[in-house]
Design a protein. Structure first.
Length: 235
């Protein structure tokens, strides 16, 4: 494996899915860098807990810690200027006329991967890893496998370098994501994910549930709670 092939960039938001993908990457690559985005998200507490996770991970897993490289954070605030969504503004979560929840931020993942591709190019990386999923999700079109395959082609052409987008969770539900975390790092990794990640759309960290922190009622919390129930039932 060449030095370039042995390195990867993980889109690490600070949520359960991206934390699991980070562990997956550390299990597959010799060098892993991380990238987070500040886009004025309502649940911007994720920007704080992602740092807690990055600090705790090398302590619990020294071998992974030796592979963990530089963390990057980019400003993607332009997304909030394009129009109000329940992810960027204090508005009720509901289904729009298009049939999508108003937590959908149009173009978010497309922009994230474009910026990630540019950063990866500068850093000499070709593997980009994201936690997008087409199994347990809200119908976001920029999470679909076809979308990300098309983006991989566009990045490779636009950068004139073979870029590879990896989505380890694409066909995995939330129960499977919990199970994958346990497979990768046992109870220690699960504990880190429950304590040091944030997935609640409302940014509520006042209550620690058995599946982690959150309001317990938003779509993200409901998915996570149901996934935890099914994961526990399957053990």
């Amino acid at each position: 494996m060449s030095e370039r092939d042995g390195a990867a960039l993980v889109l690490f938001s600070g949520g359960q899915d991206s934390a699991t993908c980070l562990a997956w990457a550390l299990n597959h690559y010799e060098r892993v860098e991380t990238l987070g985005f500040d886009y004025g998200q309502r649940h911007r507490v994720e920007l704080d807990v992602r740092l807690d996770f990055l600090r705790a991970l090398p302590i619990a897993f020294p071998e992974w810690g030796r592979r963990l490289g530089e963390d990057h954070r980019l400003d993607a605030g332009v997304l909030g200027q394009l129009g109000a969504t329940a992810m960027t503004d204090d508005i009720a979560i509901e289904i729009t006329e298009a049939g999508l929840p108003n937590t959908f931020v149009p173009g978010r993942n497309l922009l994230f991967f474009t910026l990630a591709g540019a950063l990866a190019y500068r850093r000499g990386l070709r593997n980009i890893i994201g936690g997008m999923c087409e199994t347990d999700y809200s119908g976001y079109p920029d999470c679909r496998d076809d979308t990300l395959k098309a983006q991989q082609v566009a990045l490779s052409l636009g950068l004139d370098r073979s870029m590879v987008i990896h989505t380890p969770l694409m066909w995995t539900d939330k129960a499977g994501t919990f199970a994958l975390a346990e497979e990768l790092g046992g109870a220690s990794l699960l504990d880190l994910i429950l304590e040091h990640t944030h997935t609640c759309y409302l940014g509520d960290r006042s209550t620690r549930h058995e599946w982690g922190y959150g309001c317990g009622t938003c779509p993200a919390c409901e998915l996570r709670a149901e996934g935890w129930r099914r994961y526990q039932a399957a053990k």
